[in-house]
Design a protein around this ligand. Structure first.
Ligand code: SF4
Length: 327
């Protein structure tokens, strides 16, 4: 993996920091190309700390959970203010977005400290290895943390920690684990008893609320589209979105809107705390209001959440269709 040090090389704490933020809630395979683009644009911690948040968001587009990008940017600025990269867990926890897991990870991987980070992958491996009866949650986390802390090596712990994390990410996968290639298969209780699918045990899922909203793709006589920047706090903070009803936009603020098309099939999007059904409306206006009007080919310069990329796709299909009909 591009953020890992070769055997015999010192790990780069900045690479470890970036990768740990990107890997929160995202798979290794998805993160690799984002990490490579990111390091190409921001090769050092200082270059990221000095970048604008808009530039950071633009490169983070598609990775989701944008608060991670904001926190990573802020953490780099904090490290620059310290004048050194903190090595111990307590100091690492003072960085934006760095909790017990990320601090333990950075401490072990970047600085070879004898700590063992426990994420969902590690929990899955240990749960299967010992057929632990605890369901996924804080109790299982504490149980696993106690188990793996005993494995933390005083020397070369960086490789022990990474080996366990990567075994979980790449071999002991949630579905179809590669047990025949697993070095733990001889001891693994779930493998021996053919009960892998039962571990880790699951808690009953809570039902998420559903929300309905409408996004407006509004074009002006200069062929520009209206977008707006979200406030500093809340969902999609500091990102750019099309005017959307559940995000404080009132279409009456544009009285001469001419509706061109309303899509009957709404976009479905899953957030961590609700499910959204988003209807897309194509509209035009003769009035160029205050706001950010951009040419469609410039949209990629603005950091937009994945949901808005789905809206762009709908708009592109509409545009292609209307151009075809025109010719
Ligand atoms: S043997 Fe299979 S289930 Fe057990 S730890 Fe290895 S990959 Fe996971």
């Amino acid at each position: 993996m591009p953020w890992r040090a070769e055997i015999g090389q010192e790990p780069n704490p900045y690479y470890v920091l970036v990768s740990e933020f990107m890997l929160q809630q995202t798979t290794v395979q998805t993160v690799i190309p984002y990490f490579e683009r990111f390091i190409q644009k921001f090769p050092t911690l200082e270059s990221l700390a000095n970048a604008s948040l808009d530039d950071v968001y633009a490169l983070w587009q598609g990775l989701g959970y944008y608060s991670r990008a904001k926190n990573l940017h802020k953490a780099c600025q904090q490290i620059c203010e310290f004048g050194y990269f903190p090595k111990d867990i307590e100091k690492l926890k003072t960085l934006a977005g760095v909790g017990p897991y990320t601090s333990a990870s950075i401490s072990a991987i970047a600085f070879d400290n004898p700590t063992m980070p426990v994420d969902g992958n590690v929990m899955r491996v240990l749960s299967r290895l010992f057929t632990l009866p605890e369901p996924k949650g804080p109790k299982l986390h504490d149980l696993v943390q106690n188990c793996v802390s005993m494995f933390a090596a005083k020397k070369d712990n960086t490789h022990s920690a990474q080996a366990l994390m990567e075994l979980g990410a790449l071999v002991c996968k949630p579905k179809n684990p590669l047990c025949n290639e697993c070095p733990l298969s001889v001891e693994c209780q779930a493998f021996k008893t053919n009960t892998i699918d039962l571990y880790p045990k699951l808690l009953a899922k809570a039902i998420k609320p559903k929300r309905i909203a409408t996004a407006y793709v509004i074009i002006n006589p200069l062929d520009q589209l209206l977008i707006e920047k979200r406030p500093d706090k809340g969902l999609f903070s500091n990102m750019f979105i099309f005017p959307t009803t559940c995000f404080e936009f009132d279409p009456i603020s544009l009285p001469d809107l001419v509706i061109q098309k309303q899509y009957e099939k709404p976009i479905k999007h899953v957030f961590s705390h609700f499910d959204l059904q988003l209807t897309v409306i194509m509209a035009s206006t003769k009035k160029i209001t205050d706001g950010i009007w951009v040419s469609p080919h410039e949209l990629s310069k603005y950091g937009m959440p994945t949901l808005m990329h789905k809206v762009v796709k709908v708009w592109e299909d509409f545009y292609k269709e209307s151009t075809k009909n025109f010719h």
